[in-house]
Design a protein around this ligand. Structure first.
Ligand code: UD1
Ligand code: LIP
Ligand code: MG
Length: 835
């Protein structure tokens, strides 16, 4: 299991709406009524807003919504909704709509709901659901929300049970906090001394017990571990997530929060930790401690590149906060490497205090702002807050092929689809993604806003036309210069991470990540040595220059992203990657586009629509084709009756379309009914693979049932998948195989070669069939068997639909944010090791 240490990011800050957005961070402040939690509402409390500059100065404290007793806030990843709990006996939760500045908070219609329990004290927003911890009732509620964060459906409430030894605080369960841990949501129960683990849909999947009397309160996640701060026993517990699928999380270490010996704490002064968070990109941990009113800082030491090894915490300092009863704080990352700005909400003194904390863990400066602000409504302490963390800026490099190109021909393939899908999902999580790609036409704008949060930058590097992928090693300097110049026009420290795609981009990423001192994350997509080890008969191997370049990039990257375990092994076995640097993140499928047909839709009718009108030659553009000879000699089938086997992708020997053509010939010579084979895609690179495939179809006597059509748009392709009886992926290797995943998401069974990532994407006998070799005789037998067996095809189609959620971009983006965080940790560790 992996964990997230990436703070919530929003979509709005630093989008340029405000000149000072790069130097000022706006925080929302939650408050209690004047007389403390549980007292009458309406004494002026509400959600406040304040701007914090890099020196920690406060400006513009203002009331933005009069929600009663809003002790905790959470921002929906869309950046369009702020949630607030109302911490009262009849708890409530409100969804507040935001304007672009985040200042105008209007409740959505019907947007104040019972929170599912008493005294809700914490709220956590996921893209599809809001989670609320109700303290007094010991319940956790999950509210479905829509894309913009509006409530959307009935809540599910889970009742915790249990108690603990601390009589006045643990007489029963007290849910205190909910947060994400890998694929799960964990609810901390202070009364029952346990962390209750939920699946994202609200199903309980387990729990982690902590020592009796700990009173766990909040936690923060980091790669491989969860750091839990306890209120009743002032400690941080390290919960290790373990390694591998079967790993069970367990407490592996306990650290005292404050170094002050108990004897030195004056009588009657409590030592009650309230909140924990990470700073300095995961290298430091802070805990606020109420009563003694200090901020404790720890160094977080992780094993280099080994996230499964639990981190070691080294106490750095306990520093007076200069405010009373610090209930919560936000950590704002400062661009200078060792600085964090910690903004603390002090419930007891009604103050906000900002502390600039340096490498020693001690504040180097502090600022204070009382929250008493005219009018009367400001007479309220500010206990909770949700920081609008600085936006994560991702420099995504795709040197060869623009993500705007049509995939499935030339050099444009899965990487284009991947880059767009990932970038858009990251942007939905609040990141700003800039995709740098080489300009290939004078018509391309230098910068193009693809969708909210995603910009494509066309970098001039060499002539627009006439260069293909193989010419690009000569343009990498020019490309890197273009990227560096873009950054030079920005605020210092603008980009937080470089994510490079394919080895060519990795070469550029290596340079720019070094220059900016940010982590380099590398996705290979394909690797020369892997391709060369599985060459199709007669195919040309990838050149040595690429192999050497790939080796360099693998060695330099702070994190390597593999789409499957098989690709991870390839990185280690073929390129000597350090296993700990390799992270498996399955790519996604655009599940909205690639969806099954409505129940009852007839594949034959869809097929007739797609093939019918234009005949097989279709708009295939100037390629000579045989007319669709129909019916096939010796067969009674009519044109639209003929089952459809579909292949989609760049036509090249590696993808094995010839295997399908030959398989059809085997079927025909055996006198079996022959399906129609449609190939959607153009020749790969500058090759003439389409012509060669068409020539092969003639030579094999199946040209009448084989047609190659130009690549289809995403929507058309989805329609082709729905129309096909089987989608065939006979590749000699695939790092993943997006086509197979997309086809399955449409409910169409996939017949795939049992190689590389296809072994992961296709569940043999569940979503499709894996074929062990590339022998046309085997493929003829498998195709024939599947097409004859309607029941099996229907079952596999249903299996494919049931499995479609396995690959979504939202999940992939969550994982990728974890990888970005891990890459930062690993980069710092490597820098330290170098001295
Ligand atoms: C040999 C190899 O290792 N290839 C990898 C390469 O992509 P590669 O381009 O080889 O193959 P993929 O099947 O993954 O991607 C092709 C993409 O083109 C699209 N398409 C195709 C035909 C068409 O008419 N219209 C259209 O839009 C497909 O929907 C698909 O999304 O990087 C991908 C992403 O990391 C991996 O999944 C592949 O395994
Ligand atoms: O064919 P190859 O060069 O090895 O690798 C391919 C790239 O050239 C193509 O542009 C990209 O879209 C694919 O995802 C794949 O990575
Ligand atoms: Mg910093």
């Amino acid at each position: 299991m992996t964990t997230s240490s990436t703070p919530a990011r929003t979509a709005q800050v630093a989008r340029g709406e405000r000149e000072d957005s790069a130097t000022t961070t706006s925080l929302w402040i939650g408050t209690y009524p004047e007389a403390g939690p549980g007292s009458g509402v309406g004494t002026g409390e509400g959600v406040w807003r304040v701007d914090v500059d890099r020196a920690g100065g406060f400006a513009g404290l203002r009331l933005v919504s009069e929600v009663p007793s809003p002790s905790f806030l959470a921002l929906h990843p869309s950046g369009r909704t702020l949630f607030a709990v109302t911490e009262t006996g009849d708890g409530r939760v409100s969804a507040l709509g935001l304007d672009a500045e985040g200042d105008d908070l209007e409740p959505h219609p019907d947007a104040v709901l019972p929170s599912g329990g008493a005294d809700p004290c914490h709220v956590h927003a996921e893209p599809d659901a809001l989670w609320v911890a109700n303290y007094s009732s010991g319940t956790v509620s999950r509210f479905p929300v829509d894309d913009g964060g509006a409530f959307d459906g009935a809540a599910v409430v889970g009742q915790h049970t249990g108690s603990g030894p601390v009589a006045d605080r643990q007489e029963g369960p007290h849910a205190h906090f909910v947060g994400r841990v890998g694929d799960e949501l964990w609810a901390v129960d202070l009364g029952a001394d346990r962390l209750v683990r939920y699946a994202p849909d609200g199903t309980r999947v387990g729990e982690v017990a902590v020592p009796a009397g700990s009173g766990p309160r909040h936690f923060v996640t980091m790669p491989g571990a969860v750091l839990v701060v306890c209120e009743l026993d002032p400690a941080v517990l390290v919960v290790s997530l373990g390694d591998g699928e079967a790993a069970e999380p367990a407490v592996v270490a306990r650290h005292d929060v404050v170094a002050i010996p108990a004897a030195q704490v004056p009588d009657g002064v409590p030592v009650q930790p309230s909140h924990v968070a990470l700073g300095s990109g995961g290298a430091r941990m802070y805990v606020a401690v109420r009563g003694v009113d200090v901020l404790s800082a720890f160094e977080v030491v992780t094993s280099e590149g080994a996230p499964e090894v639990a981190p070691v915490l080294r106490h750095l300092a306990d520093s007076p906060i200069g405010g009373a009863w610090p209930r919560h704080f936000a950590v704002l990352d400062l661009p200078d490497e060792d600085g964090d700005l910690v903004v603390v909400a002090n419930q007891g003194s009604s103050t906000l205090v900002s502390l600039r904390v340096g490498a020693s863990g001690r504040p180097t400066s502090s600022r204070r702002r009382t929250s008493r602000h005219p009018p009367a409504s400001c007479r309220c302490p500010p206990p909770g807050d949700t920081g609008r963390m600085p936006t994560l800026h991702v420099a995504m490099l795709s040197v060869h092929t623009s993500p705007l190109d049509q995939p499935g021909t030339g050099d444009a393939g899965g990487m284009n689809v991947y880059v767009v899908g990932l970038a858009e999902a990251l942007a939905r999580r609040g990141a700003e993604v800039e995709i740098f790609t080489r300009a290939t036409s004078s018509d391309q704008p230098r910068s193009h806003r693809l969708s909210p949060g995603v910009t494509v930058r066309h970098v001039a590097a060499g002539p627009y036309e006439g260069l293909d992928k193989n010419d690009l090693p000569g343009q990498l300097c020019a490309f890197a210069a273009g990227v560096l110049r873009t950054e030079a026009g920005r605020e210092v420290g603008w980009y937080d991470v470089v994510h490079a795609h394919y080895w060519l981009s990795g070469e550029v990423g290596w340079l720019v990540a070094d220059r900016w001192d940010v982590p380099l994350v590398q996705s290979m997509h394909t690797m020369a040595r892997v391709k060369n080890a599985a060459l199709a008969p007669g195919d040309a191997p990838e050149p040595l220059g690429r192999i050497i370049g790939e080796e360099q990039v693998v060695a330099e990257a702070d994190a390597l992203v593999a789409s499957t375990g098989a690709e991870a092994e390839d990185l280690v076995d073929h390129y000597g990657a350090v296993p700990e640097a390799v992270h498996v993140v399955a790519p996604g499928v655009d599940l909205a586009t690639f969806s099954p047909s409505p129940a009852g839709t007839d594949r034959a009718a869809l097929r007739a629509d797609l093939i019918g009108g234009q005949g097989l030659s279709g708009p295939g553009a100037g390629r000579d084709r045989e007319p669709d000879r129909d019916p096939v000699p010796g067969s009674a089938e009519s044109s639209s009756d003929r089952p459809l086997v579909l292949f989609a992708g760049r036509v090249q020997p590696l993808k094995g379309p010839d295997v399908l053509v030959r398989a059809l010939a085997v079927m025909r010579s055996a006198g079996e009914p022959v399906p129609r084979l449609v190939v959607l895609g153009g020749s790969s690179g500058r090759s003439s693979s389409v012509r060669e495939l068409e020539a092969l179809a003639h030579q094999e006597g199946v040209a009448d049932v084989v047609s190659v059509r130009p690549p289809a748009t995403r929507e058309e392709l989805a329609q082709w998948f729905r129309a096909a009886d089987v989608v065939a992926v006979p590749s000699h290797n695939e790092s993943f195989g997006l086509v197979a995943a997309e086809a399955q998401a449409c409910g169409t069974p996939v017949l795939a070669a049992a190689v590389g990532g296809l072994r992961t994407v296709v569940e043999d006998g569940v979503t499709g069939v894996l074929v062990e070799d590339h022998d046309p005789v085997t493929w003829a037998a498998e195709i024939g068997a599947l097409l004859r067996d309607d029941v099996r095809r229907t079952a596999l189609g249903a299996g494919a639909v049931a499995a479609r959620d396995r690959f979504g971009w939202d999940v992939a983006a969550d994982r990728m944010l974890e990888v970005y965080a891990a890459a930062g940790v690993s980069r710092r560790a490597r820098r330290r090791a170098r001295g």
